[in-house]
Design a protein. Structure first.
Length: 376
């Protein structure tokens, strides 16, 4: 849409001349000024220019760009701004990383990179992209990513790829709504109902998440060498960092040893046999057919599909980690250090702020029962 508004020229009005001006010199190389007697006539002229500009854009090469093509040209512009001293290195690094991550998201199982820029809608950004963006990321990180992606969309409008920014009006949401985030408990029957609607492969992965509390990135990076099935334990030493490669877990405390349930040990042994008893300790436990780590969108799609089939409210894969925490606190209510260690939290303060209210609620209930019993 052209950024033009009609201006009323008082000097022309005093001379009884058409006083409403439409100035296109700022948007067209051969632009000029046109004058109209009424504001409505000027507005109609602008609408006509909008339609003509839209048709011209649709016949241009850029209107057919995919997001991969857009990002290539966009990064040239960002790099030029950085090299020219107009933008900081942080600006360049953020735009490079966020735009790359954006192209790895998926719409209906296909990467955004292969999608035409003009085909992206606000609904897709809100219902598909935002869920993938929010998975495992804080609200602040999501807001920063949205800022970078919006900047790229503004560039796409200038280049004639599309007419609007599909991020406008989309609510930002992240893993933590605030620093005082408190996890919500999920009932076991809900977990069971969701798992029942999954394929055997995904049901195993979900059960693994529920009984180990691994973050999604940690689960995706898990290798057979990390498992000690003879002693029913595993070591968490690495994590996939939002498709930026495999590196260390979220914090130093993220490197930890976790006990495995006997049921899970048996399931993993059976999986090991089905996979042909892999000799390579670096081979991923949960992987694609090509041997690569699965994308975050596949996890989100799998659990949302199962939630819909079970007729329950949608949850995120990360909520399975909260479910694991709820079970730990039931078993070890007086041993927060153990809970903190199993969860891989940097400090006990994080454990308390995230899950402590569950213990507080139960403690208050017990205290109330004791007082009422004594009174009567």
């Amino acid at each position: 849409m052209l950024n033009i508004t009609p201006n009323h020229i008082k000097s022309r009005a005093k001379l009884n001349k058409a006083a409403w001006c439409v100035d296109t010199r700022s948007v067209f190389a051969d632009g000029s000024r046109s004058f109209y007697a009424a504001k409505e006539d000027a507005l109609q002229a602008i609408k006509k220019l909008d339609r003509e500009a839209s048709i011209d854009a649709r016949t241009s090469t850029s209107w057919k760009w995919t997001f991969a093509e857009l990002r290539k040209e966009y990064m040239k512009r960002v790099e030029a701004d950085f090299n020219g001293g107009n933008k900081s290195k942080t600006f360049y690094v953020d735009k490079e990383r966020h735009s790359r991550q954006f192209l790895d998201f998926e719409i209906e199982g296909k990467p955004v990179a292969d999608m035409r820029v003009s085909d992206m809608t606000m609904g897709m950004m809100d219902l598909d992209i935002m869920d993938q963006m929010a998975e495992g990321r804080s609200e602040k990180t999501v807001e920063n990513m949205c800022g970078s992606i919006a900047h790229m969309f503004i560039y796409s409008i200038k280049r004639g790829c599309r007419e609007t920014n599909p991020l406008d009006g989309v609510e930002r949401r992240g893993e933590f709504a605030s620093e005082e985030f408190k996890a919500e408990q999920i009932a076991t029957h809900v977990i069971d109902a969701i798992m029942a609607e999954m394929s055997p492969e995904w049901a195993l992965e979900m059960r693994f998440a529920c009984t180990t509390g691994l973050r999604q990135g940690e689960q995706r990076a898990l290798t057979w060498g990390c498992l000690d099935l003879d002693n029913s334990k595993m070591k968490v030493t690495r994590a996939v960092k939002h498709r930026a490669g495999i590196g260390d877990p979220k914090s130093y405390s993220g490197k930890r040893t976790i006990a495995l349930t006997r049921d899970m040990v048996q399931s993993l042994k059976e999986l090991y046999i089905r996979k042909g008893r892999p000799n390579d300790p670096t081979e991923l436990v949960f992987r694609t057919k090509n041997g690569n780590e699965k994308s975050p969108s596949k996890y989100l799609k799998a659990i949302h599909k199962a939630c819909d089939a079970a007729g329950v409210e949608r949850i995120r894969w990360h909520d399975l980690r909260h479910y694991y925490a709820s079970k730990l606190l039931m078993l070890f209510p007086d041993d927060l250090y153990r809970v903190k260690s199993y969860m891989g939290h940097a400090t006990i303060a994080i454990t308390q702020s995230t899950y402590g209210h569950w213990l507080e609620d139960e403690g208050e209930d017990t205290e109330a029962v004791d007082k009422l019993s004594a009174a009567f």
